[in-house]
Ligand binder design. Structure first.
Ligand code: GLN
Length: 200
């Protein structure tokens, strides 16, 4: 049986569990090393990347998670989760670290503060059926897509048109926005497909 976990330290864990189940996954929260060892894929939810980073250390999950990412575990990071998958950060706090894995530089809080949160339709490569409605909440953007990563989506209109907001590198997927909040399961279905391919 293929099980997809959601890192359940902080952030919108329940919403991801529901979205995964709606996409047909068996989904489970992950708070302990033994739970991490039991999953075939993992979602890093939106929330606060600095808090998730600190709690991952406190729960002894930081190194095991890095190791599983390095070992090819499919991981999908949304918003704070994208920050946690980035190899490099702009606007990190002094002691902030990431699990890393994707060859990108991510700028935290790039679009501004909480009040600058916005929604926009984005075209995402690999996700069929037209644009995805994307909700950006104090969101990061991808400032630089390194040669090992592939750009999947950009902001289409407005002052930040052209900014990169979705990327993939092998078994790792990251988006700046919150597909778990819109009831559109296509991004979770895309990730579930990745998990099944890597499990096969
Ligand atoms: N700004 C948050 C951070 O740096 C991310 C916001 C979010 O996940 N909605 O972690």
């Amino acid at each position: 049986m293929t099980v997809v976990g959601v890192l359940a330290l902080q952030g919108d864990v329940r919403e991801h569990l529901s979205a995964l189940r709606a996409a047909g996954c068996v989904a489970a929260p992950v708070r302990r090393v033994a739970e991490l060892a039991a999953v075939d894929g993992l979602v890093l939810p939106g929330g606060e990347s600095t808090t998730i980073d600190k709690l991952a250390r406190a729960f002894g999950l930081f190194e095991p998670l890095r190791d599983r990412i390095a070992g090819g575990l499919p991981v999908f990071g949304s918003c704070a989760g994208m920050i946690l998958l980035a190899d490099r950060l702009v606007g990190a706090t002094a002691d902030q670290e990431t699990f890393g894995g994707i060859d990108i530089t991510v700028r935290r809080n790039a679009f501004g503060r909480q009040v600058d949160s916005f929604e926009q339709d984005v075209e995402m490569d690999g996700v069929p059926g037209g644009p995805v409605h994307a909700v950006f909440i104090r969101a990061p953007w991808v400032e630089e897509v390194g040669p090992r990563a592939t750009l999947l989506a950009k902001i289409r209109t407005g002052p930040e048109a052209g900014r990169a907001v979705a990327v993939r590198q092998g078994s790792l997927l990251a988006v700046s926005f919150h597909p778990e909040l819109t009831g559109d399961g296509r991004v979770h279905a895309y990730f579930y497909q990745m998990v099944k391919e890597f499990a096969a």
